[in-house]
Write a protein that binds this ligand. Structure first.
Ligand SMILES: Cc1ncc(COP(=O)(O)O)c(C=O)c1O
Length: 452
């Protein structure tokens, strides 16, 4: 028998083949907790199988491109760690996270104007777990969470799994609109709803690619103060700007109104799974209890490894290397879009991060179009993945972080052909189905207006 990697082997006559007894029928179907009903495979995960085929240019996934990491430096830091402090690094640790990394995290946050004490930091398994813990401690079933329209698909999944209701708030090319936020809070409260927090991604938004100016951040915070609303600030991309210094985080403007989430996934490597929450003291205490019940402690080895990397490597220089590489890819995508998109398609221009948000002419549906795009060997994420309420079909997210500039140009060329064909079909035959009209909705549930 020939292995896929070419090594000859002889079948072992004593080996009992493992047979996976699978059935489509789930005999536990009546026993699952109600909270599992909202758990569905994300549109992105469902796409991965096809999008990862080599012939497809995937502009879908948002995987950080870590090819520029100095693996020799990381490798020798890990070796020193195991030899020098291995027994400690491989032991259980503190539920809040190790003191050393919490100190280092405060240094990282200083770059965005945050002055914090290590005691107020809780280490998490990526910022994804931070989202889970924050929702766990604040939200009961039926509570309302305010999110941008559109919002990060992984956060929507967490809110759904805790049986929260998501109300989307409109954005423009500077992100969340403070007045729309104000209206949403007041309308929901007037309707007797319990609004727990607003979840926002101020810098290089996933998926919209836009960034809140400092004035916008101040205005959002002012609305939060006025309406006594908690702000959850999720900031994985803030240090990956292409042009200017980072804009101060919302948390830098207020110590007690904001719970801030950070991560090493985009500025170092996602495989260590280390993120954090910076929260007011009482909230931090609850977070640590929630963390202990979820994991006992976040992974000690990863925390030691990241601390060693931060100490031994020019990590800020490395972030600049990453940002330059992403800028080149962003430029390729913008050039490709400018050259290939038919009239009527518009897109955002990100100043950092990984994503461009496309708006299609009325009548086109990015979800219905996806199989045609994949047949044309290009993949993206349909906009509906980023809304909790079924909107977004006129939008799609393109990621430029992973493919080479050449592949990005090829991808936009293929997408341009698909869209040209779709727009032509539309002008010949008209739209098969009109999506529900935004004007029929109460304003606090209206879909995003970012169509720049
Ligand atoms: C906005 C946002 N928040 C959170 C995450 C989760 O990141 P991680 O769990 O790797 O820190 C991501 C990942 O793409 C993201 O884009």
């Amino acid at each position: 028998m020939r292995h896929p990697w070419g090594v000859e082997s002889t079948p072992d006559p004593d080996r009992v083949p493992m047979v996976r007894r699978d059935t489509r029928l789930d005999s536990y179907v009546d026993r699952y907790a109600a909270r599992t009903h909202g758990m569905t495979a994300s549109a992105i995960r469902a796409l991965f199988a096809v999008a990862n085929r080599p012939e497809v240019v995937s502009l879908a996934g948002g995987m950080p491109n870590i090819a520029d990491l100095p693996l020799d430096v990381v490798g020798s830091a890990l070796q020193d760690l195991v030899v020098g402090r291995g027994l400690q690094a491989m032991q259980y640790g503190s539920g809040q996270g190790e003191q050393e990394i919490r100190e280092a995290i405060c240094e990282v946050m200083r770059l965005e104007g945050i002055s914090a004490h290590p005691d107020d930091v809780t280490v998490t398994v990526g910022s994804q777990q931070a989202l889970d813990l924050v929702t766990r401690i604040f939200c009961d079933p039926g509570d309302v969470v305010l999110c941008e329209a559109p919002s990060y698909v992984g956060a929507l999944g967490v809110f759904r799994s805790f049986q929260c209701e998501v109300a989307h708030v409109a954005m423009d090319d500077q992100g969340l609109l403070p007045e729309a936020l104000r209206e949403a809070v007041l309308a929901l409260r007037a309707a007797g709803r319990s609004v727990k927090f607003v979840y926002t991604i101020p810098s290089f938004h996933n998926p919209a690619g836009v960034t809140q100016s400092l004035e916008r951040r101040e205005a959002i915070l002012a609305v939060a103060e006025e309406t006594d609303l908690l702000v959850i600030e999720d900031n994985p991309y803030g240090l990956l700007g292409f042009d200017a210094d980072p804009i101060p985080a919302i948390r830098s403007l207020s110590d007690d109104r904001v719970v801030y989430l950070g991560t090493f996934s985009k500025t170092f490597a996602p495989g260590f799974r280390i993120g954090w929450v910076l929260a007011p003291h009482a909230v931090r205490e609850k977070l640590v209890l929630a963390q202990e019940s979820a994991t006992l402690c976040p992974p000690t080895f990863s925390q030691f490894a990241i601390t060693a990397y931060l100490r031994q490597h020019d990590w800020q220089g490395q972030i600049k290397v990453f940002a330059e590489m992403y800028r080149e890819r962003r430029d390729a995508m913008l050039a490709g879009l400018a050259a290939e998109m038919p009239a009527g398609v518009t897109w955002t221009v990100p100043a950092g991060g990984f994503y461009v948000w496309l708006t299609l002419p009325p009548g086109l549906d990015s979800q219905a179009m996806l199989p045609r795009a994949v047949t044309a060997r290009v993949a993206y994420v349909p906009g509906t993945a980023f809304y909790a309420d079924g909107f977004g079909s006129r939008h799609l997210r393109l990621s430029y972080c992973f493919p080479t500039p050449e592949r990005i140009l090829e991808g936009t060329r293929r997408l341009g052909e698909v869209l040209a064909y779709e727009t032509e079909l539309l002008s010949t035959f008209g739209s098969p189905l009109s999506p529900p009209h935004a004007a029929e909705l109460p304003s606090h549930l209206a879909p995003g207006t970012n169509s720049q």
